[in-house]
Write a protein that binds this ligand. Structure first.
Ligand code: PLP
Length: 488
């Protein structure tokens, strides 16, 4: 093997270049080498996928082998072995069918293939000039989202790394449309629910709005926003000389999965001239299902909307989306040019993805959404989403049979349950039950606090979660509960 040590300062320029090439050429494997690499990677993936519906979902084991970069070449099989034991067998397995915690998605194989092709071709999806085809695919996905959520074709959008950055882009546009800066900051008011995803609060802080007045308005008994409460607060705030400018609703909250009353809030914002933002990162795609689509009536009234294809479309992590009606507001915060980019500017083409986002160079995310949608057709996704709704119902029924209490009839596929222990403080009992579920690990749940009450969450959204998975979950819960009730 040629090494860098064979390149000496005394060599002629061309000889040096050739000698360096001898070393660096390994970065471009030959056809045979590619075949052997892809076979190894493919075998690894296949072994993983053949177990993915039945494998345990959680392990509390920590990483115990050395993962540091050692500066020497290591064969792929050794690296894959490290990946297998340290990555795919520890923590939560997000691809596993039994992932019923947080908000799962699974990760479609077709998207993994798309990412492979994206990596190989390395298309530059930031500007139209660089890859008109990649940008056309991104726009095709965004146009489809506009049609699903009844946004006008004139709206702008972006495929982001996830819901957090998508929310950040939307909230920045709201800020700029309403001129919330300098002296306006302490007088400006945002209305939201204590149930908004924490990435909203984080985004507000990042974009310099931590000192605006954030009103966490009183929710109804099922944790939904109440438009009349907000209307009254707006009136009072205006009377006090303040500047209400933004209402943030959720279509599927993270804790309990409820959809806020979208139409009534939209009409209120229209009447009052406020920016209306809807975070539908978790729930948005349930608009595609007959049974739930009515909950999304009025979503088209939003000024900005966020959805997460890496949740509701089962794409692997790394793709969220934002739609904003007010193009000028987005451009004000996100559009910059630089001299070195002068060749890329053209009026003839649709907006560049880089004009709608803090990102310039970015992963070509469009393909990982576009490819599965085209490959399978939309009905497959609709069926899968409806299946998740019914599985949630099924699990709630089974839990009730076991003596558990369950939350109110869920809007979507997030719900919660707790055991009404009479011998022990219910919070302590359910915390201990949660610990037992984690220690078991066959299926993974997460927990939350609702008004101080400890509850175990159900979040069924992985495309791999099936009837058998839910039966496994019930068995696990039954076994953990029995263990606790038999303690003595
Ligand atoms: C997941 C989620 C987010 C955050 O999105 P990421 O993709 O994790 O960045 C925001 N809002 C809601 C309602 C979510 O469910």
């Amino acid at each position: 093997m040629p090494t860098i040590a064979s390149v000496t300062p005394s060599m002629q320029l061309k000889d040096k270049i050739k000698a360096l090439n001898e070393v660096s050429a390994v970065l471009e494997p030959s056809t045979d080498q590619r075949q052997s690499l892809i076979t190894e990677a493919h075998d690894f993936a296949d072994t993983f996928l053949n177990k993915v519906t039945t494998m345990p979902t959680y392990s509390s084991a920590s990483v115990d082998r050395d993962m540091s970069i050692c500066h020497e070449a290591v064969p792929l099989h050794e690296l894959l072995d490290l990946f297998k034991t340290e990555v795919t067998q520890k923590g939560i397995q997000p691809a596993a069918a039994g992932h019923l915690g947080y908000i799962p998605g699974g990760g479609l194989y077709a998207s993994a293939l798309a990412d492979y092709l994206v990596g190989v071709t390395n298309e530059y999806a930031g500007v139209h000039f660089a890859s008109p085809g990649a940008v056309a695919i991104e726009h095709a996905v965004l146009d489809w989202l506009k049609s699903v959520f009844r946004f006008p074709a004139s709206a702008v959008g972006n495929l982001t790394s996830g819901g957090s950055i998508a929310n950040l882009i939307a909230l920045t546009a709201a800020r700029d449309r309403h001129g919330v800066k300098s002296a306006m900051i302490p007088k400006s008011v945002i209305y939201l629910s204590e149930q908004v995803h924490h990435c909203i609060q984080k985004a507000l802080r990042i974009i310099g709005l931590e000192d605006v007045i954030i009103r966490e308005v009183l929710l109804d008994t099922e944790f939904r926003l109440q438009p009349e409460v907000i209307a009254k607060a707006i009136e009072e705030d205006r009377a006090a000389g303040l500047h209400p400018f933004l209402v943030i609703a959720s279509a599927g909250t993270t804790d309990t999965g409820v959809v806020d009353p979208l139409r009534a809030l939209g009409e209120l914002c229209q009447t009052e001239g406020l920016w209306y933002h809807i975070d539908a990162a978790y729930g948005g795609f349930f608009i595609l299902v007959e049974q739930t689509k009515a909950l999304f009536e009025g979503i088209e009234l939003a000024d900005s909307l966020v959805v997460d294809p890496h949740k509701g479309l089962f794409i692997p992590y790394g793709v969220g989306a934002v739609l904003v009606k007010d193009k000028a507001a987005v451009m004000q915060s996100q559009h910059y040019t630089a001299n070195y980019m002068q060749d890329t500017i053209s009026d003839a083409h649709p907006l560049n993805p880089a004009d709608v986002s803090p990102e310039l160079s970015k992963h070509f995310r469009g393909l990982r959404v576009w490819l599965p949608l085209q490959l399978y057709g939309l009905d497959v996704f609709k069926a899968c989403l409806e299946e998740k709704l019914l599985l949630t119902q099924y699990l709630r029924e089974k839990l009730t049979d076991l003596g558990f209490k369950v939350g109110p009839k869920p809007d979507l596929s997030v719900s919660y349950f707790w055991y009404p222990s009479e011998k022990e403080n219910p919070n302590t009992f359910n915390q201990r039950l949660m610990d037992a579920l984690m220690a078991d690990g066959d299926v993974f749940f997460s927990s939350t606090l609702l008004h101080g009450q400890f509850v175990i969450r159900i979040a069924i959204l992985s495309f791999r979660t099936k009837l058998e998975t839910v039966d496994r979950a019930v068995k696990m819960i039954e076994r953990c509960l029995a263990g606790m009730l038999n303690e003595g």
